[in-house]
Design a binder for this molecule. Sequence first.
Ligand code: UDP
Length: 140
Amino acid sequence: MAIERTFSIIKPDATERNLTGAVNAVIEKAGLRIVAQKRIRMTRGQAETFYAVHKARPFFGELVEFMTSGPVVVQVLEGEGAILKYRDVMGATDPSKAAEGTIRKLYAKSIGENSVHGSDAPETAVVEIAQFFAGNEIVG
Ligand code: UDP
């Protein structure tokens, strides 16, 4: 399998509970390398752009509120099949359906406040990484 890069966000519910290191430990244990990372406060505009695909969904407003409610940690993860691997490591969107040992099973509070984001495909990974990182901020 090819070496890929995926985009990750440690969401406000996790930063609020000081879980950045705990989430990173699960990521690194799974064999993914954190090749870029920064803690930011997302603006409303950034959150609306990032989740534009969900604009028509009933939870969109709440999601934007949540993602701008506190600091997030944006990351680029690298490794063999990183996109699917990180989706596995994250677990299902709804933590009550997430498998044992996944980040969401361990730490998520609800289907909305679910601790992490990870890109769902190579095309979205490229777009999402470019929204938050310049090329020279990623050190593989
Ligand atoms: N979300 C929500 N309510 C829902 C479904 C999703 O608040 O019923 C939020 C949740 O934070 C989720 C994000 O919207 O992570 C994006 O949803 P998606 O279906 O893309 O899930 P993901 O790819 O994050 O697992």
